[in-house]
Design a protein around this ligand. Sequence first.
Ligand code: ADP
Length: 299
Amino acid sequence: KGPDPDLVGIVERMATVKHKILVLSGKGGVGKSTFSAQLSFALAEMECQVGLLDIDICGPSIPKMLGLEGQDIHQSNLGWSPVYVESNLGVMSIGFMLPNPDDAVIWRGPRKNGLIKQFLKDVDWGEIDYLVVDAPPGTSDEHISIVQYLQATGIDGAIIVTTPQQVSLIDVRKEINFCKKVGVPVLGVVENMSGLRQALSDFRFVKPSEGGEMDATEWALNYIKERAPELLTMIACSEVFDSSKGGAEKMCNEMGVPFLGKVPMDPQLCKAAEEGRSCFVDQKCGASAPALKSIVKKL
Ligand code: ADP
């Protein structure tokens, strides 16, 4: 039996991609796609040529997070052309192929694998420095195929995104063990939604209803607003999730993998993701952007 022609095609196509990074999470909703999107923006801002490949076939959120909803993929004789956010940031997602964003993709393993193979073989990224691959949560069929295909072309490693709660960390352990088993280096773990950091100026001031009592926090905020408005730029922080058992950093030490850092829960980052923007271009994401930047520098 000769070499698998698909694998040969993938190796040829990936020859123009310098670095390949897989972004994983144990659970959904921990911010994996947000991180993949902002990592791609950050690398593009550093003048790198970047490709972002969304293989979260059942829940492709990358088009929205990059402000590319409703865009179509074009084909040329070189293959499928990515959709470009900037000249140095191209995106490919199954989201671009669905006629209606509300459509559910109900596919079995082989069909999903077929599409992943096609994404790796047929997308014309050109010469790029980084390919960031946003994987679905968990460790399923898709993970095994993407790892198998990427390993044939050389993969730098995986970044695992988690929140500080034990329920999420338990799944991260599985994810790390998966990487160890299949031989993918773990570049590190990111603890997302690690405490809520919010400028006091972002709090809403609600007028107490007639005859109603004003709650103490609201009273204090109104007091500050009137007497010391300069304090409103202060950042308030509260731990939203119970991380008393040590969080991701402790787990990384125990499992011998790098801890890349904490990204706070930041309403401005959530807004940037909703609007498909980079959190680095303006000063709005004051709580999360510096944390994300310092993580990117460690890669
Ligand atoms: P996943 O890819 O893990 O399923 P998403 O990236 O889609 O998770 O994130 C889920 C939701 O949480 C999104 O609405 C996103 O904007 C929001 N989010 C992610 N990280 C943060 C954060 N650090 N602060 C605030 N909101 C966040």
